[in-house]
Design a protein around this ligand. Structure first.
Ligand SMILES: *Cc1c(COP(=O)(O)O)cnc(C)c1O
Length: 388
């Protein structure tokens, strides 16, 4: 087989000349840290989501951390979360001294299996980190019902789910704590960056203060008063401030957001079509009442096909296509394994062993997709021959 010279990467941010130009503007403006660009970016996200408030942070991780702090989750508490996620989803629970209690996922959606949550709730449980994994919304009605029954805070990890919908509304439109990420792997990017969308004025005020060391007034207010007003610090806060440089890029990215999601959905549809005649794979499932952002395209290898996912990823790499083995379960990482021992999560482990991420980003072409699927077919038969 002819090997492609140019590598097809797994993910690529969609940036152009315009992002570069706005950076120049901000650099020349004399105000580089958190200022009016950050406020505008927050406003822009609010109007897109139809949310009441939004607070920008330095990352998705710090947005989640602040949310847990504001929800009052602290040492000795327990928080339900999936293990089938990026490690940050559980690390933030550790940051506040609480214990992540891993719950298994649903084998169709890769999201928390709501039916398995209640049996893990104890008198110490204070919250649920609900991850909308790779851009597909969790079953929020069921999760919110359980949270109300046991008086738990719901912190939504929507790092990959900007623009995802659930029963006709956008994720983050009506949440107390909904956290987005603007890492280059996500739907839009600011290099690094995050945002909390909230329906609560109190949460907004608290987050605004805590991201800036718990200061009573912002740097902008201090600047405007020419140093007459001084801040006071009544709580332990952090420096989780986004810069105006990042927010300016974010504002340009917001203009591309709808198109970015549309492109991803179209690419996913093409993959579904191209893969339909491969017997060994299962294409992603999307429930009727949800819109997937396809931050990632996660393919499953049927167990009975007996194909080693690692060998297949290697075959793709040899042909200059960058894929990835599925999500690495958090509970199997040495830090968690050493601290909490072996947790039993059969579906999580099965999905981790049998999944493969295919390249997906807005500028991926149909020709490239055809080459990817063609190579995948060859890879499947090659890997299979070798394992016989
Ligand atoms: C990317 C990601 C995060 C962390 O976001 P950062 O902005 O990189 O800190 C958290 N949770 C999930 C599910 C993610 O995919």
């Amino acid at each position: 087989m002819k090997t492609r010279k140019k590598e097809i990467v797994l993910a690529k941010p969609w940036t152009d000349e315009e992002e570069f130009k706005v950076l120049e503007e901000v650099v020349c403006s004399g105000w580089l840290s958190q200022g009016k660009k950050v406020s505008q970016f927050e406003q822009s996200l609010c109007s897109y989501l139809g949310a009441k408030h939004a607070v920008a942070t330095t990352s998705g991780t710090t947005a989640l951390h602040l949310s847990l702090v504001i929800a009052g989750i602290k040492d000795k508490d327990e928080v339900i979360c999936p293990s089938f996620s990026f490690i940050a989803s559980a690390n933030v629970i550790e940051y506040v001294g609480a214990r992540p209690v891993f719950v298994d996922i649903d084998d169709q959606t890769f999201n928390l299996d709501a039916e398995k949550i209640e049996s893990k709730i104890t008198s110490r449980t204070k919250g649920i980190v609900a991850v909308h994994q790779i851009g597909l919304a969790c079953d929020m009605d069921k999760i919110n019902r359980i949270a109300r029954k046991y008086n738990l805070a719901v912190i939504e990890d929507a790092a990959c789910a900007l623009g995802a919908t659930y029963k006709g509304y956008k994720i983050g439109q009506r949440s107390r704590y909904c956290c987005f990420s603007f890492h280059p792997r996500k739907i839009i990017t600011t290099g690094e960056g995050g945002m909390i969308a909230t329906d609560s004025k109190a949460v907004r005020e608290k987050a605004t203060s805590l991201r800036s060391h718990g200061a009573s007034i912002s740097a902008v207010e201090k600047h405007r008063s020419k140093g007459v007003l001084l801040e006071s610090f009544s709580e332990l806060g952090f420096n989780y401030r986004m810069t105006d440089l990042q927010a300016a890029v974010g504002l340009v990215q917001m203009k591309k957001l709808k198109q970015a999601i549309k492109s991803r959905q179209k690419l996913a549809k093409e993959y579904n079509r191209l893969l339909s005649d491969i017997d060994e794979v299962i294409i992603p499932f999307v429930p009727k009442n949800r819109e997937h952002t396809f931050q990632s395209y996660l393919l499953r290898l049927k167990a009975k096909a007996g194909i080693n996912a690692d060998a297949l990823v290697r075959f793709m790499a040899e042909n200059n296509i960058s894929c990835r083995r599925s999500i690495q379960p958090i509970h199997l990482e040495p830090y968690y394994l050493n601290k909490y021992g072996r947790v039993k999560l059969p579906v999580t482990e099965k999905m981790a062993a049998s999944g493969i991420f295919l390249p997906i980003f807005p500028t991926l072409s149909l020709k490239e997709q055809e080459y990817i699927v063609d190579t995948l077919k060859k890879g499947i038969s090659s890997v299979r021959k070798k394992s016989r």
